[in-house]
Design a protein around this ligand. Structure first.
Ligand code: P6P
Length: 333
């Protein structure tokens, strides 16, 4: 049986009427840019790309050289194809319309070009997260406001994880599927069709150092996770925290678990650490398409009506039964 390449998968999805030619092209261009990013990340010190860029982003975070490089790779790859109207990125204050010299398409692309970049200099897996929305009909001059659509409106979402293998995990609303990069041929090959998140889990991903800043419901929920068989959950849990959302979510899509970044009082003005539009929404679509749940602890992430491009949100994402358990604790007064 011939391996199914990403190209063949996308052609067959288009032939089946599940994606348009324009969306097929958009995904192909984004994935090709991710392959270029994978090469840059893989060079590390040999490529002179480690360390700080000496600049900051809209989040007030110091940018790594690879943050800036990855952002440029994605912008340049998507400028000329005519499949896109504008891009928005964690690394840019405002959206960037396709240059007027090129035709504009019907989609909006959002991305975190290199999520987990604090891990780059210590050789831990990082990744690119992307989300695709339709451009509103009248958006000839795309603005930030055109991007402010609930996550349930996404037409595609995915990430590329740069780890021991470079893998693409993709959904166009018809299941979540994994592709592995064949480095010799420079091709992504379908290696797991229809990923399914196990409904129950004994593994949680959480930065425990923030514990004293959590609200009481979160304290109670985590307290019972830690109590294990001695507490009401009646089972012992294991903990993992890679501090790279792409890597933690990839593990959860592969073997189950719950990833949590709750609200904390460290900076009470922020609703959470993770961003809704290009982290929580795409990951939420991928996990829901694999049978899991994505919640703020109190509502479905994909139902949130955004009011800012870079707004943050609390995140509980993964195995259905565990996210529902977390929501029960947060339903207490
Ligand atoms: P902390 C990376 O900076 C990121 O946005 C996510 O990829 C990751 O899950 C989280 O922040 C890590 O946050 O507070 O543990 O460094």
């Amino acid at each position: 049986m011939q391996p199914v390449t990403l190209t063949r998968y996308l052609v067959e999805e288009q032939r089946a009427g599940r994606i348009s030619a324009e969306l097929r092209q958009l995904i192909s261009v984004v994935v090709r840019a991710c392959t270029t990013i994978s090469i840059a990340v893989g060079k590390g010190a040999l490529g002179g790309v480690l360390g700080e860029a000496g600049t900051g982003n809209v989040q007030g975070e110091a940018q790594k050289k690879l943050d800036v490089i990855s952002n440029e790779i994605l912008l340049e790859a998507n400028a000329w194809g005519g499949h896109l109207a504008a891009c928005a990125s964690e690394e840019m204050d405002h959206c960037q319309p396709v240059p007027d010299e090129f035709p504009k398409g019907h989609f909006l692309l959002l991305f975190d070009p290199l999520d987990g970049s604090s891990n780059i200099d210590v050789n831990v897996s990082v990744g690119t997260i992307f989300s695709v929305l339709r451009c509103p009909d009248d958006c000839t001059e795309p603005k930030d406001e055109d991007f402010l659509q609930p996550g349930r409106e996404q037409v595609a979402a995915g990430y590329c994880i740069y780890g021991p293998q470079t893998m693409l995990v993709l959904t166009t609303g018809h299941g979540t599927h994994a592709f592995t990069l064949d480095r010799e041929q420079g091709l992504f090959v379908l290696t797991q069709r229809d990923m399914q998140v196990p409904p129950a889990t004994k593994e949680f991903a959480l930065n425990m150092s923030n514990q004293r800043h959590w609200e009481p419901q979160m304290q109670a929920y985590v307290g019972d996770l830690l109590a294990g068989t001695d507490g009401p959950r009646g089972k012992d849990f294991n903990m993992r925290w890679i501090a790279s959302m792409v890597a933690d979510v990839h593990r959860i899509l592969t073997r189950g678990g719950i990833f949590i970044y709750p609200w904390d009082a460290k900076d009470a003005s922020k609703a959470g650490k993770l961003r809704l539009m290009y982290e929580a929404n795409p990951m939420g679509m991928l996990v829901e398409q694999a049978g899991g749940l994505a919640s703020t602890g109190r509502e479905r992430i994909l139902d949130i009506q955004p009011d800012q491009l870079h707004q943050r949100v609390p995140v509980f994402i993964g195995s259905r039964e565990e996210v529902e358990a977390a929501e029960r604790y947060h339903a207490q007064g």
